[in-house]
Design a protein around this ligand. Structure first.
Ligand code: ZN
Length: 234
């Protein structure tokens, strides 16, 4: 399987974004056997048990699930997973929304967050950091990286969406309709809860422009497939 590494400079962490051709999204209509096969391949690639691959059923909510000890909570209607300890690959699925990975390497607390425009308006990234802190993470130690998502150039929205974002992240002059910078909004939310700006990596690719990644904007609402972004502490 092809993937792009994220958080490369953090020791003991494997973080990745998959490329087109791989799909582990089990709730958007893709054939079940294809999904099972790809999850098996992912487990093999990262040398872990398929049962330790955690993929929530996302609904554009601001619900954050916490995994500690052996307890796996209900992952239906969950858009961020926070995990204490090693051995589990926590993941989110996206096709233009912001996939965000975070880790405090000292306390061994990690997070995978799906921050679409609704989740971003609801500050799911900030809420995930608060959950990490409840488990013992220190925001000043958190390293964060966003995977490929829709860029501000491509994210044209209606006024009813634009007005829900701070003015600082809405472009109104360069285009006919408003454009929103989702990644910049997530960055601001992380800084507000104490994550250092220099520890946050912005997306290196636009999911709409870069055909290595799935995009609902480019490929349409009927798209079965999603890009998977995940993190494993080892
Ligand atoms: Zn683009």
């Amino acid at each position: 399987m092809n993937f792009s590494p994220l958080l490369r400079d953090v020791a003991g962490v494997v973080a990745f974004t998959t490329h087109v051709g791989f799909n582990a999204c089990h709730y958007t209509g893709a054939p079940r056997d294809q999904v099972a096969c790809d999850i098996k391949e992912l487990a093999k690639t990262f040398d872990c048990d398929p049962n330790n691959i955690i993929i929530p059923r996302q609904t554009h909510s601001t619900n954050v699930a916490v995994i500690k000890d052996e307890i796996i909570p209900d992952l239906d209607g969950v858009d961020a997973v926070v995990c204490s300890g090693q051995g589990r690959v926590i993941c989110v699925n996206t096709a233009d929304c912001v996939p965000l990975l975070m880790v405090d390497p000292i306390s061994g607390i990690s997070a995978a967050v799906h921050s679409g425009w609704r989740g971003t308006v609801g500050n799911i990234a900030g809420m995930a950091v608060v959950k990490m802190m409840e488990l013992g993470a220190c925001p000043g130690r958190i390293m964060a990286a966003m995977g490929p998502c829709i860029s501000v150039e491509c994210f044209e929205v209606g006024e009813e969406v634009a007005c829900q974002f701070p003015d600082a992240v809405v472009l109104r002059d360069r285009f006919i309709r408003p454009h929103v910078d989702l990644a910049q909004t997530v960055l601001m939310q992380l800084v507000l809860v104490g994550v250092c700006a220099e520890n946050i990596s912005l997306p290196v690719a636009c999911s709409v422009c870069n055909h290595d990644f799935y995009s609902v904007r480019r490929q349409g609402r009927e798209l079965f497939y999603r890009t998977l972004t995940g993190i494993l502490l080892c």
